[in-house]
Design a protein around this ligand. Structure first.
Ligand code: FMN
Length: 330
């Protein structure tokens, strides 16, 4: 439909819309559907148990789309770190053109990927981290506001401030992430200086997202009040869908006299969270969702969603343009 931003030009995509990495959601089915619809679909490396499985998932995605797609590599603060460099090496060997990096100490992985000429889209929640990533030579920043799903950081700065800070101080193109679901949001992000948007929760609630339909319906039924911030006590704050387990986890976190993570660990188990997406029981474990659930009212295909967002963005800019015309011409 005619978008021309640094993001669309560099990545060779039609719509300035990225589907962010999503653990247990970012498989070939979703990434290819987003790319086929003109956005940038992204596979989530760590949904694959081994680098070899990632290689197979990339091959599968190539059978489903001829358009560009990327891979997310999330560097988690865990004791037994996954072999990040091996996942990155698979991206290089398979000719992936763009990688979304996120998380702690991304330097070595970014260096490896950059040496192979891969475009890096680095996601972060503070301008301080963004500035460090700029020094590492990233090509784009994905600025993730406090509204976002998942790891919100510890600064609680929403996108209205964060995006303008990015525009004022970074000197590297950026996209806006967290709280986006429609074309009005895209138009606003472009107006604030972004080259496009990144969406997670909105893409979870599409026909092609490979999760149980009851979870998509739970998102449709929810409001912007239905998220919970858990694990602040351990400076690892995560925005989760507000369900029985998340509320219980928060209660234990607040009441704990020891402050030991072990007390809350059973509640925030990633294993049970993964099951939620398969069995459709929204209360089976904790799962990630952003405040944007309040703006999501249907389950469209990725093509319907992206076409709608493009149309709304253009209408929104047209409407805004009228504000600058003398009243007699309206
Ligand atoms: C179910 C789910 C899982 C996610 N997993 C990851 C992940 O593994 N790595 C990552 O960098 N971001 C992850 N995210 C964050 C998204 O990539 C994106 O930054 C975020 O969803 C943007 O906020 P929004 O949900 O308001 O669009 C996840 C988001 C969701 C909804």
């Amino acid at each position: 439909m005619g978008f021309n931003t640094e993001l669309t030009r560099r990545l060779g995509i039609e719509a300035p819309i990225v589907q962010g990495g999503m653990q247990w959601v970012g498989y070939a089915e979703l990434a290819s559907a987003v790319s086929n619809a003109g956005g940038l679909g992204i596979l989530t490396a760590l949904t694959q148990p081994t680098p070899e499985d990632l290689r197979k998932e990339i091959a599968k995605t190539r059978t489903l789309t001829k358009k560009p797609f990327g891979v997310n590599i999330t560097l988690l603060p865990t004791m037994n770190a996954p072999p990040y460099n091996e996942y990155a090496q698979v991206c290089i060997n398979e000719g992936i053109k763009v990688v979304e990096t996120a998380g702690n100490s991304p330097g070595p992985v970014i260096k490896l990927l950059k040496s192979a000429g891969i475009i890096i889209l680095h996601k972060c929640t503070t301008i301080r981290h963004a500035a460090s990533a700029v020094k590492l030579g990233v090509d784009f920043l994905s600025i993730d506001g406090f509204e976002c799903a998942g790891h919100v950081g510890e600064s609680d700065i929403t996108n209205f401030i964060l995006l303008s800070r990015a525009r004022q101080s970074l000197g590297v193109p950026f996209i806006a992430s967290g709280g986006f679901a429609d074309g009005q949001g895209l138009a606003a992000a472009l107006a604030l200086g972004a080259e496009g948007i990144n969406m997670g929760t909105r893409f979870m609630c599409t026909v092609e997202a490979p999760i149980h339909v009851k979870i998509k319906q739970a998102i449709v039924d929810a409001s912007e009040h239905d998220t919970e911030l858990v694990m602040r006590r351990w400076t690892n704050t995560s925005r989760l869908f507000k369900n029985k387990v998340a509320s219980e986890a928060l209660k234990v976190e607040r009441a704990s006299t020891t402050g030991k993570f072990e007390e809350i660990a059973p509640f925030v188990s990633g294993k049970r969270g993964r099951e939620v997406f398969i069995n459709g029981d929204k209360d089976f474990g904790v799962w990630t969702a952003g405040q944007v659930i309040g703006l999501i009212h249907d389950i469209p295909t990725c093509q319907e969603l992206i076409t709608r967002i493009e149309k709304e963005a253009i209408e929104s800019v047209e409407r805004t343009r009228k504000v600058f015309q003398p009243q007699s011409k309206l």
